[in-house]
Ligand binder design. Structure first.
Ligand code: GTP
Ligand code: SPV
Ligand code: MN
Length: 612
């Protein structure tokens, strides 16, 4: 196909042993022959002008960023205030994950199940090949090798992303362990995820995010947005990994992992699944209220978005790693009061996407300061003033920062052995009816609570915002296979464990009749977390309610808060009529899964009804 041989442009590439030259004369200095032949195929298909092999060094990172500044992909920010920080403005039609354009591609539809968009795998390749054909003419192809998970971990996975987006290459360098470390981890093996990505012409009409779990392959075309384009993240570490986990007996979940250090030195790790833009990063970086800090409580972050979990054969306990190496976090609403650790994390070596630019080269977004700036340039590049009626930053604007920037990074964040998980929390964004905190009666009931999780939609995905949808385990858009098998897998995992984490349900977002949040949230979530930790260790009281175990107002430390016992009871109130409405809402998922709903779910539902 290709007549011209693309040039390998970066001189820093080190030839690695047995390098091969193809008939077309492309001489890729990559030792692994499986990788080499796959890249050669993709080069023939996409026909890039040049190839850039990423090795993951600091110098290379700067080189790439400098290129990006020259090409207008990055705007250099004020380097005194924000050293190593840059701003990227995306295409305006490309600001969130496109769930309706995301496909699981398998021979039969049953593998994808009723909650995924499905395409036959052969047809998907046939549909996307013409889009990829020649799509990199006049462009560079960046070869981005990466490891998900601490190298050496039993679950660590290698991927290679080929992309024509410099923004993607640089962001992958932050979000993953990128570069030569991946070749070392991979060795001679052909077990790597083949990730092919092109911006194409960034046209939503020609945008597809296709997963081929049987081929360990991802093809993403037409979007440069995080979850659509940083293929190690949602595509590999959740969709492909959840499928692998179901085959191999482990779990890939949309969960943060945090460490809680008690004053007596006890350390408890907790994993929590909240849907997109529902508080994972904030919870993972929580700073306890003064009273707790004085007592000696401290929270550390293992991960803020994804957890891979397995049962340790030695002791039968659940362990978790964070497969990522950075944070791709929501900026609106983030400030020095609500999340100082996130603010600290994005003070240097950070890429900001779709935020506003201040005259002095600093950045701004809604909720960063109480008072908006007098003027700035909004995320679309237009002049902005406070009264102009538009948002300065996009509602789903983001920062990409290395996790090493987090002052509260857990010492075990890079430990290949992971951390032992003592509690799992499910939580949604529910302005009405759902109480602040309750605990599942047992694992199977917890799986039911997770499966029935409802949440109001956010700006993290394109579509209507603020409507309640069922988002099982916060994984609705990320389960890479049939949800029936996913729920069965959750129940089977219990049987591998000697003892299991306790399961909880939270809602930080309940509002009163005036639309005001009833719970202060953020750092004060520590008060709820403390009860969770004490429950997980069998040390706190709870009463039995129809929906689960609940704390009495005296079981949660409210000292220093402007919340009375009566107000706390209101936050915890369960109204029978609301519960019935909730049960009807769950019907939506039951009907979607139809006759395939695992029997445990049906029994749990019946038990709940009979408790009303
Ligand atoms: P993804 O990166 O999309 O997966 O999001 P996330 O789950 O990490 O959510 P994040 O922590 O970034 O929070 C999203 C939004 O919710 C931000 O605007 C936060 O300010 C807000 N938020 C987070 N925690 C709380 C809370 O406890 N109470 C209230 N009221 N808002 C919160
Ligand atoms: C989410 O939407 O859950 C995110 C952001 O964490 S993205 O990586 O774009 O999926
Ligand atoms: Mn997320």
């Amino acid at each position: 196909m290709s007549t011209t041989v693309p040039e390998i442009v970066n001189p820093s590439v080190r030839p690695a042993g047995d390098t091969g030259s193809t008939a077309d004369g492309i001489n890729l200095p990559i030792a692994n022959k499986h990788v080499r032949s796959w890249i050669e195929e993709c080069i023939k298909l996409c026909q890039p002008d040049s190839i850039y092999l990423c090795n993951g060094t600091h110098q290379e990172r700067q080189q790439l960023i400098d290129r990006g500044v020259t090409d207008g992909i990055f705007i250099k920010l004020n380097q005194q205030k924000l050293p190593g920080c840059y701003l990227h403005r995306s295409n305006q039609n490309d600001v969130a994950r496109s769930e309706h354009l995301t496909f699981i591609c398998t021979p039969g539809e049953d593998m994808a199940g009723p909650t995924n968009n499905w395409m036959n795998d052969k047809q998907a390749y046939a549909k996307l090949k013409p889009l990829f054909a020649g799509c990199m003419r006049g462009r560079a192809m960046y070869v981005v090798p990466f490891v998900m998970g601490p190298p050496g971990s039993p679950l660590a996975k290698v991927g290679v992303e080929l992309t024509d987006s410099l923004y993607v290459a640089v962001n992958m360098g932050i979000m993953t362990r990128m570069g030569d470390v991946a070749w070392q981890q991979l060795g001679e093996s052909d077990e790597f995820t083949r990730c092919l990505h092109s911006l194409g012409d960034v046209n939503p009409e020609r945008r597809y995010i296709c997963h081929f779990p049987l081929d360990n392959t991802i093809w993403s075309f037409g979007s440069g947005y995080g979850g659509n384009a940083l293929l190690g993240k949602k595509c590999l570490a959740l969709r492909i990994a959840s499928w692998l986990g179901s085959q191999q007996g482990w779990m890939a979940e949309h969960m943060l992992i945090m460490g809680a250090h008690a004053p007596d030195g006890e350390k408890t790790y907790v994993a929590a699944a909240f849907p997109s833009a529902c508080g994972k990063t904030n919870f993972a970086m929580l700073i306890p209220p003064d009273k707790y800090k004085k007592q000696g409580w401290k929270i550390t972050t293992v991960g803020d978005d994804i957890a891979w979990m397995w049962v340790d054969p030695k002791d039968g306990m659940l362990r978790a790693i964070n497969p990522e190496a950075g944070y791709f976090g929501v900026v609106p609403g983030t400030n020095w009061k609500t999340n100082p650790n996130a603010m600290e994390s994005m003070q240097h070596d950070t890429i900001y996407t779709n935020v506003a630019l201040l005259p002095d080269g600093d950045v701004w977004w809604e909720g960063k300061t109480d008072k908006p700036p007098e003027k700035c340039i909004d995320w679309t590049g237009q002049d902005w003033t406070p009264g102009c009626g538009r948002k300065a930053a996009h509602a789903n604007s983001r920062f990409t920062a290395p996790m090493a920037n987090n002052p509260a990074l857990d010492p075990a964040a890079g430990d290949p052995a992971g951390v032992q998980v003592s509690a799992i929390i499910f939580g949604g964004r529910r302005s009405k009816s759902v109480p602040l905190i309750y605990q599942a009666f047992n694992w199977v009931h917890g799986v039911y609570l997770g499966a029935m999780l409802g949440s109001e939609t956010t700006a993290a995905a394109t579509g209507q915002v603020g409507v309640v949808r069922r988002d099982p385990m916060a994984m609705l858009p990320f389960i890479g296979y049939n949800i029936r098998d996913y729920l069965v897998h959750w129940n089977r995992m219990r049987k591998k464990m000697k003892d299991c984490p306790r399961i909880f349900h939270v809602n930080w977002f309940r509002q009163d009749e005036h639309g005001k949040f009833m719970w202060p949230g953020y750092g004060d979530n520590m008060r709820v977390l403390e009860w969770i930790i004490r429950r997980a260790h069998g040390r706190a009281y709870a009463f039995e309610s129809p929906i689960g175990w609940m704390p009495k107002p005296t079981d949660v430390d409210l000292e220093g808060l402007d919340i009375s016992v009566e107000q706390f009871e209101k936050i915890q109130d369960i109204n029978l009529n609301d519960l019935k409405t909730e049960l009807s809402g769950q019907e939506e998922l039951f009907l979607r899964i139809a006759g395939d709903m695992p029997k445990e779910m049906i029994f749990q539902r019946e038990l709940l009804i009979s408790r009303l």
